[in-house]
Design a protein around this ligand. Structure first.
Ligand SMILES: Cc1ncc(COP(=O)(O)O)c(C=O)c1O
Length: 197
């Protein structure tokens, strides 16, 4: 637990709550210090009453928008029918229904013989799975990443961030492609090459 600095907070009430009680391990809210009250489709309503378009879109996970009416109805039905909320990777009726629907609607028509992997629910799980899959499929181990990106905070996902593990951000100039740049970014299964955009 980090030392609380709330006693010194001079901001609005909600800002002081985050300052006082939230860990320093946070990212986007430092650049966008507003507070969101509600969201509908592409629009966010802030606690100031202002509305804005959500171009962040959950980093691609909310491409159908916030609280889409059909999805909302299906979710409410599921909850009110006591659908299971968490089951690790156990077999459930809802998981089977998802797999069967995905195979029927997505894989079948495209003649894709893929199997489905359920990663954990976070972005960093998906990034880790992609890196591991790419290494397994190609038999190669090196990866190339742009500096100063953000891919999550697990050990593997943090490697291509550009500032992770080495402890400092890379300067924005200077290509570092294909080299082991900065301290401590090497990975036991390969190297992380970097490329400034
Ligand atoms: C581009 C990108 N990739 C991966 C992640 C990691 O997602 P999560 O925090 O759900 O692990 C984030 C999180 O903000 C992200 O912005």
């Amino acid at each position: 637990m980090e030392e609380s600095s709330g006693a010194r907070c001079k901001g609005a009430e909600h800002e002081c709550t985050y300052e006082r009680l939230e860990s320093n391990v946070r990212s986007y809210c430092r650049s966008f210090p507003f507070e969101i009250r509600s969201a509908e489709n592409a629009l966010l309503t802030l606690t100031t009453g202002a509305t804005c378009i959500d171009f962040l879109s959950g980093c691609g996970s909310l491409n159908y928008g916030h609280n889409d009416p059909d999805m909302k109805e299906a979710l409410l039905d599921y909850i009110s029918g006591n659908g299971i909320a968490h089951s690790l990777d156990l077999h459930t009726v809802s998981k089977r229904s998802f797999i069967e629907t995905f195979a029927e609607k997505i894989l079948g028509p495209r003649r894709l013989g893929y199997k489905i992997q359920f990663t954990g629910p976070t972005g960093t799980n998906a990034v880790e799975a992609a890196l591991k899959l790419a290494r397994k499929a190609t038999g190669r181990s090196n990866i190339i990443a742009f500096t100063n990106g953000f891919h999550g905070v697990t050990l593997v996902s943090a490697l291509p961030d550009g500032d992770a593990m080495g402890g400092r951000r890379q300067p924005r100039s200077g290509k570092r492609m294909g080299s082991r740049a900065g301290g401590g970014t090497g990975h036991r299964e390969g190297k992380v090459g970097r490329c400034d955009p």
